[in-house]
Design a protein around this ligand. Structure first.
Ligand SMILES: Nc1ncnc2c1ncn2[C@@H]1O[C@H](COP(=O)(O)OP(=O)(O)O)[C@@H](O)[C@H]1O
Ligand SMILES: [Mg+2]
Length: 303
C-alpha cells in the first residue's frame, strides 16, 4: 500500500537561509508520526510544504500516493490542518466558526451542522456552541481549532504544536481525544517540542534541528539507542566522581552542579557507583525521550 506521506529530500530556502535541508520521511496509514525539534528547527516550514501552503525549493512530496505538485486540490480535501496559531474569527460564535470553515469543503449545510455538533460534543464544547470564540479560554480555543480541522472528515490530520501553552488539564484532554482518533484509524502528523506528548502519542518520530533530521525511530528505541535504560543523576559532584567516571570510560554529561550518567551498556554501572559514592546525592531514574532530545540538540537556549 502507498504511504500516506512520502517526503523525499525536502528543501526550503528563504533567501540565503536554509530552513529545511534534505528532510525525508514516510508515514503509513494509521500511524501517528512526530516532527520534534527546538524552536526554529524547521517543523512548521516542513508541514506547510505538506499541505501546499509553502512551495518546495526542491524535493518530492507525495500524499496518498499522488504528487502534490499535480493533485493539490484533491489532496486538500483529504487532510485536516491545525496550524500553530488558532486563527479563529473572534466575532463569530463557536458553531459559526465551524460552519464558515465547512464552506471550504463544499459541505451541504445540514451535513456541516451535524458534523459540527458532533465535533463540539467530542471535544467537550457543546455547551459553548453559542459563545463568541473570544470568550473561550486558551484550552477551549485550541480544542475548537482541532475540532475544526476534522470537519471534512480527513484521512490525514496535521497538527502544528497542538498543546503548546495549554494548562495540564487541557493537554490531557486533547491527548485523550487524539488517542481516540488514532484508535479509529486516522493517520496523524504532529509537531511538538514536548517530549511527554511525543512519547505518549507518536508511533514513530524524527528529531530535527537547524532544518535537518538528526534521528528517526520509535520513541522507546531512540531512548535505548541514545540514552540507555537508566540515568543516574548525581547532584553536587566533587572532582573524585568525575575522575572515577572518566577513568572507567563512562558516558556522562557535566552540568556543573549535576552529572547525568548514562547506562547505554547496561553493565551494572550504577551498583558500582553507588558503592563508590555512598555519600553523594544520587537519583536513579528511567531514561526518557527528553534525555535523547537534549543530548542531540544541546542545552543552549533557543530564541
Ligand atoms: N516566511 C519566512 N521567511 C523567512 N524565514 C522564515 C520564514 N518562515 C520560517 N522562517 C525561518 O525558518 C526557520 C525555521 O522556522 P520554522 O519552520 O517556523 O521552525 P519551527 O516550526 O521548528 O519552530 C527559522 O529560522 C525561521 O526564522
Ligand atoms: Mg513552528
Amino acid at each position: 500500500m502507498d504511504a500516506v506521506i512520502a517526503a523525499k529530500n525536502l528543501n526550503k530556502m528563504f533567501g540565503n537561509l536554509t530552513a529545511v535541508a534534505d528532510v525525508s520521511f514516510s508515514v503509513a496509514a494509521g500511524e501517528c508520526f512526530g516532527l520534534l525539534g527546538p524552536n526554529g528547527a524547521g517543523k512548521t516550514t516542513t508541514i506547510r510544504m505538506l499541505y501546499g501552503f509553502s512551495p518546495l525549493t526542491s524535493g518530492t512530496l507525495e500524499l496518498f500516493g499522488k504528487s502534490i505538485a499535480e493533485n493539490l486540490c484533491d489532496i486538500k480535501f483529504r487532510i485536516g490542518i491545525c496550524q500553530q496559531d488558532n486563527s479563529l474569527d473572534p466575532d463569530l460564535t463557536v458553531l459559526e466558526n465551524l460552519m464558515v470553515f465547512s464552506r471550504y469543503f463544499d459541505l451541504p449545510r445540514q451535513t456541516a451542522a451535524d458534523r459540527a455538533l458532533k465535533l463540539l460534543a467530542f471535544f467537550g464544547l457543546e455547551h459553548r456552541a453559542a459563545a463568541k470564540t473570544s470568550e473561550l479560554s486558551g484550552g477551549m480555543q485550541r480544542r475548537l481549532v482541532v475540532a475544526r480541522s476534522l470537519i471534512n472528515q480527513p484521512d490525514l490530520l496535521i497538527l502544528d504544536e497542538p498543546t503548546t501553552g495549554l494548562d495540564p488539564q487541557s493537554r490531557q484532554q486533547v491527548w485523550t481525544r487524539l488517542e481516540e482518533l488514532k484508535r479509529s484509524g486516522l493517520t496523524i502528523l504532529l509537531t511538538t517540542h514536548y517530549m511527554d506528548e511525543a512519547a505518549r502519542l507518536c508511533d514513530r518520530l524524527v528529531i530535527m534541528d537547524h532544518g535537518k533530521v538528526l534521528v528517526e525511530g520509535k520513541p522507546a528505541d531512540l531512548v535505548r539507542r541514545h540514552v540507555g535504560r537508566e540515568v543516574l543523576e548525581i547532584t553536587r559532584p566533587d572532582q573524585s566522581v568525575r575522575d572515577f567516571l572518566a577513568q572507567r570510560g563512562h558516558e556522562f554529561e557535566d552540568l556543573g552542579h549535576r552529572l547525568l550518567v548514562y547506562d547505554q551498556s547496561c553493565n551494572g554501572l550504577f551498583a558500582d557507583l553507588a558503592e563508590q559514592f555512598r555519600d553523594a546525592d544520587c537519583l536513579l531514574r528511567m531514561g526518557t525521550l527528553e534525555d535523547v532530545f537534549l543530548r542531540l540538540t544541546g542545552r543552549a537556549l533557543r530564541e
